[in-house]
Write a protein that binds this ligand. Structure first.
Ligand SMILES: CC(=O)SCCNC(=O)CCNC(=O)[C@H](O)C(C)(C)COP(=O)(O)OP(=O)(O)OC[C@H]1O[C@@H](n2cnc3c(N)ncnc32)[C@H](O)[C@@H]1OP(=O)(O)O
Ligand SMILES: CC(C)C(=O)C(=O)O
Ligand SMILES: [Mg+2]
Length: 539
């Protein structure tokens, strides 16, 4: 860190950030954010715009009283009443700052301020002098600097410094600059304003074209040593430069950016989460550094690479931003390496030969569900581990059901590579499906118990069906899991049926035709009281 130049971080989450619709915060919330910013290690907290409202004045004053470490600033127009309010609000801060601004572009001067260039220059001289009599630390911002005449801008900066400004900020107020243009503006001011050595140069970039962070880096290369930014990049319109992106860019690319920001980057995630919980605005999942996907990998190829060496797909460690670990999220793009690893983490070391079938089930489930949770995985493993021989397999099924018709099910099962299909009807789709199963296997059984429950949350939850069947000799349990409850029902029934057939050695040589013969008896409703319970425990 020794030979690295220090970049001051000026956080304006509580001022420019709050100017974005939907981000208003009350006093207590602002105090919580301010103390987070202090923990993060920012150099300056812009706490608000004191003249804007009594609430804003109060917030700036309370933050000034509470914050210990960072400078506390209030924004002010180049007007005495604004400067008085700002000076009053920050006066109890251990390190107070007044931040005044006046636009310098002809567009703003002519249409908004209705001032000539000369008039504005005089106003800068007067108001900076006035402010300096209220506070020793004065920042002057030339609003819309990036669209201002460069010679005029230099004159304004020189005047502001001569009048007592200690920081000069050159905002790209409407996010119009390209990085090379912004660097040129900053470099020109830095090298051609004669008294520039008496002030720190700062940049404040908006994100209208998505360049806010790139422009901030460009500003630093041009000579800026203060960067204005906000948590998660919130702010007017498309927002400001995001603090976490700028800071992590400097840290991660230290090989070519010889700077240090003084930010404790391990506090970043906590800070972004606090902002989100206070404002109720969630962070976009793909948001750099703090989005939920920023350190998550779903694709098999990436997961495999990550398992070999995290540097293959991560340029920063999750720990460096305060996250515990990278998330290897299982989904339809995942591969067997990550799948097996996750199962092992969940305590399953399965025999090698069981993996392909299980992985196939996982992929089918993943096609239906957005994400696969640990509970989904456990359900898949548990439902597949019958312990019994797998005699009958489900190939496909179709049900036709409604409250005005008798439900009908067409079920296709396979056994020893051959397919068998049957049609059955019943009072509901589950009943019809199980009857079709019974017709195919040609081994009567009664349904003794049926339980359906959701294993996981959300609309695409896995449904779990537990059944108990009897063939008059014993009871057999089965478990089936699927996002489709009919499928879960058939699977659970087959698990029980396979146990039943395994137990009765039925599998040996029952010559079924390609299309199974239909059953006449409704064995699903039959029941044997005397049946001996020979349940097979699953799992
Ligand atoms: C680029 C930026 O982010 S600048 C900061 C933007 N933030 C905000 O505006 C949020 C807080 N603002 C407010 O609460 C209000 O706008 C107030 C209290 C500051 C002013 O309210 P009002 O007096 O009702 O004025 P209003 O907002 O309608 O218009 C702005 C006035 O300030 C003047 N003005 C704008 N910038 C400046 C400046 N830097 N210095 C002096 N006067 C300025 C405008 O010319 C206009 O003056 P006018 O009333 O004489 O025509
Ligand atoms: C008040 C100034 C610094 C500002 O927010 C801008 O120009 O974007
Ligand atoms: Mg701004």
């Amino acid at each position: 860190m020794g030979d690295k130049e220090r970049i001051r971080i000026f956080d304006t989450t509580l001022r420019d950030g709050e100017q974005a619709p939907g981000y208003s915060m009350n006093l207590e919330e602002k105090l919580r954010i301010a103390s987070r910013l202090q923990a993060l290690g920012v150099d300056i907290i812009e706490a608000g715009f004191a003249i804007a409202s009594p609430g804003d004045f109060e917030s700036v004053r309370e933050i000034a009283r509470h914050v210990d470490g960072p400078v506390v600033a209030s924004l002010a127009r180049a007007l005495e009443k604004d400067l008085d309010a700002a000076g009053e609000a920050v006066k109890e801060a251990r390190r107070p700052r007044i931040h005044l601004f006046l636009a310098t572009s002809d567009l703003h001067l002519e249409y908004k301020l209705k001032m000539t260039r000369e008039h504005a220059l005089e106003q800068v001289r007067k108001m900076v002098t006035y402010a300096r009599n209220l506070c020793d630390d004065i920042e002057f911002s030339a609003e819309d600097a990036s669209r201002s005449d460069l010679d005029y801008l230099c004159k304004v900066v020189e005047t502001a410094i001569a009048s007592g400004a200690t920081t000069i900020n050159l905002p790209d107020t409407v996010g119009y600059s390209l990085p090379h243009e912004l660097e040129r503006m900053v470099r020109t001011v830095h090298t051609s304003v004669p008294n520039m050595d008496k002030a720190i140069l700062s940049v404040h970039n908006h994100n209208d074209l998505g360049f806010a962070v790139a422009n901030s880096l460009a500003g630093v290369m041009g000579g800026a040593r203060q960067v204005e930014c906000t948590l998660c990049g919130i702010g007017e319109r498309a927002g400001n430069a995001s603090l976490e992106e700028f800071v992590m860019a400097v840290k991660t690319r230290g090989d070519v950016l010889p700077y240090d920001t003084g930010i404790d980057t391990r506090e970043i995630t906590k800070s972004a989460r606090l902002l989100s919980s206070i404002t109720g605005v969630s962070v976009f999942p793909s948001k750099a550094i703090v989005g939920t996907n920023a350190f998550a990998h779903e694709s098999g190829i990436h997961q495999h690479g990550m398992m070999a060496n995290a540097k293959t797909y991560e340029i920063m460690t999750p720990e460096s931003v305060g996250l515990k670990k990278t998330a290897l999220v299982l989904g339809k793009h995942s591969g067997q390496h990550a799948f097996v690893k996750r199962l092992e983490e969940l305590g399953y070391s399965l025999p090698h030969e069981r993996i392909p079938a299980l992985f196939e089930d996982f992929k089918i489930t993943a096609d239906r569900k957005k994400t696969i949770t640990d509970r989904d995985l456990i359900a898949l493993v548990e439902s597949s581990s019958t312990g019994a021989a797998e005699i009958w397999h489900l190939v496909d099924f179709v049900v036709n059901s409604g409250n005005m018709i008798t439900s009908t099910a067409v079920v296709t099962l396979s056994k020893d590579g051959k397919k068998y299909q049957e049609v059955a009807s019943g009072t509901g789709p589950v009943y019809a499906s199980l009857r079709a199963v019974e017709k195919i296997i040609r081994h009567p059984f009664s349904l003794e118990d049926y339980k359906l429950q959701a294993v996981t949350e959300h609309r695409d939850a896995l449904g779990e069906v537990l059944v108990k069947i009897s063939d008059g000799e014993g009871f057999y349990r089965g478990r089936g899991v699927s996002t489709d409850v009919i499928e879960a029902s058939i699977l659970s029934c087959l698990a029980a049926v396979n146990r039943m057939l395994d137990n009765s050695s039925y599998a040996a040589g029952q010559g079924l035709s390609a299309r199974a013969m239909s059953f006449e008896n409704d064995m699903l409703s039959s029941h044997s009281d005397k049946a001996k319970d020979r349940e097979v425990s699953h799992g």
